[in-house]
Design a protein around this ligand. Structure first.
Ligand SMILES: Cc1cc2nc3c(=O)[nH]c(=O)nc-3n(C[C@H](O)[C@H](O)[C@H](O)COP(=O)(O)OP(=O)(O)OC[C@H]3O[C@@H](n4cnc5c(N)ncnc54)[C@H](O)[C@@H]3O)c2cc1C
Length: 383
């Protein structure tokens, strides 16, 4: 398979890399992690102007008609600067579902302003008990006249503290753990009865605990057909897992490059420690894992556009596993080769390490993706 970038993709990658180097080095993330929001709306607006937020949406929806892999290439570069603006929750998760299921009116009202960088979105799907099973949903939506009343609690709502609108997964039929009966509702961030508690993560980013106490919404807030959300939700979460691999790739590459630079610069016994063959072997193994992560990440980003769920999930689960296992190999060796300073807050390497740790756990951890892979069509066939 040819992984060479097209001319347009190379221009895109170069422009994002330039933005990270000039406008959003790790220093900007350090400042933002101490703020309530954790990201900067003026930078979000610039991302909208650059067209990055709309790159993978169809042109008729205000996007640029690109493929998911174009967005993945952007995320990879942003990962190199730990850029904290909420592309995955806003563009991939909530925006993806609005693009796929929204009526023209819903897209115009909620998707178009987000693509322009004027608003941001979140998807509230996880609950305390649900782990990585999105249909394990106790939040309920009950009919009231033409509209609905939502009650329940959602955890780990990425960008939930700041989003202008939240797409809420709620059960309109069936019991908790039933695979069907899920629906999606677009709820305003300031809706009466909606409580949002900001939760700081170990990576310096934020999520929210969201409580819904009889939140009333009109019929026009139902996204897609009632009770049929599960396959679409799984599609969006698959793409978010591919996006996590793309951002994580930027961080793995950064850890590898910084470690090699350190080995060349740190002197012991009058020579750079990189002259020791044992450490060269370690660096070579780190290089191999970094490249393997990149190949699986690109395959996952291509597969994110597949219609066939099994084919999509096979590539994405493989990449998420490699992000976790191969990425961990690079992470732990980077920290060890730096010595104890690698885990101190003063060194940027520890920040990359922590963000990667979070990405490895989001949208299915390694064990979950292995188990899912084993259940895919053809995995255990006797042919
Ligand atoms: C919070 C914290 C907890 C820790 N807990 C433990 C613990 O429980 N147990 C433990 O063992 N350590 C622990 N450490 C690590 C330990 O304190 C040192 O950080 C570690 O031994 C590396 O020493 P250094 O930081 O001086 O690194 P440096 O001396 O700067 O060395 C950096 C790296 O260079 C390489 N290197 C240096 N000199 C040579 C050489 N001559 N030949 C080949 N390679 C070389 C090594 O890969 C080394 O890791 C901890 C560190 C921290 C920050």
């Amino acid at each position: 398979m040819n992984f060479d970038l097209s001319e347009e993709q190379q221009i895109l990658v170069d422009s994002v890399a330039k933005f990270v180097a000039n406008d959003s080095p790790v220093e900007r993330f350090r400042k933002l992690r101490d703020t309530e929001r954790g990201w900067d709306p003026s930078v979000w607006a610039r991302m909208g102007e650059f067209g990055w937020l709309g790159v993978a949406y169809p042109e008729e929806q205000g996007g640029f008609g690109g493929r998911f892999v174009d967005l993945a290439l952007i995320l990879e570069q942003l990962g190199r600067g730990l850029v904290p603006e909420p592309i995955v929750p806003s563009v991939v998760l909530a925006g993806g579902l609005l693009s796929k299921l929204g009526s023209d009116a819903q897209r115009e009202r909620f998707l178009a302003p987000m693509i322009e960088g004027r608003t941001s979105l979140a998807l509230a799907y996880a609950e305390r008990q649900s782990r990585f099973t999105p249909h394990d949903c106790r939040t309920r939506a009950e009919r009231r006249g033409a509209g609905w009343v939502l009650s329940g609690e959602k955890t780990w709502v990425l960008n939930g503290h700041a989003a202008d609108q939240l797409v809420i997964v709620a059960r309109t039929a069936g019991d908790p753990l039933d695979r069907e009966g899920l629906s999606l509702f677009v709820v305003d961030g300031d809706a009466p009865g909606l409580e949002r508690i900001r939760v700081p993560g170990m990576d310096g980013q934020r999520s929210a605990l969201v409580r819904l106490r009889r939140v009333e919404v009109g019929a026009e807030r139902l996204l897609g057909p009632a009770g049929a959300a599960r396959p679409h939700l799984e599609w969006a979460l698959d793409r978010a897992a591919a996006a996590a691999c793309a951002e994580g790739q930027g961080e793995i590459q950064e850890l590898f490059d910084r470690t090699v630079a350190y080995l060349k610069q740190r002197v012991q016994f009058g020579v750079p420690i990189g002259s020791f063959q044992a450490l060269q072997h370690r660096a070579a193994d780190m290089y191999a894992e970094t490249e393997l992560c990149r190949s699986t990440m690109i395959l996952a980003a291509i597969a994110a556009d597949y219609e066939d769920a099994d084919e999509r999930q096979a590539e994405i689960s493989a990449a998420k596993l490699q992000l976790s296992r191969g990425g961990w190999f690079v992470q732990e060796n980077a920290i060890q080769l730096f010595g104890g300073i690698g885990v101190t807050d003063e060194q940027d390497e520890g920040l990359f390490f922590k963000r990667l740790r979070v990405l490895q756990g989001l949208f299915g951890d390694a064990d979950w993706h292995v188990a899912r892979y084993q259940g895919l069509r053809g995995f255990a066939s006797e042919a």
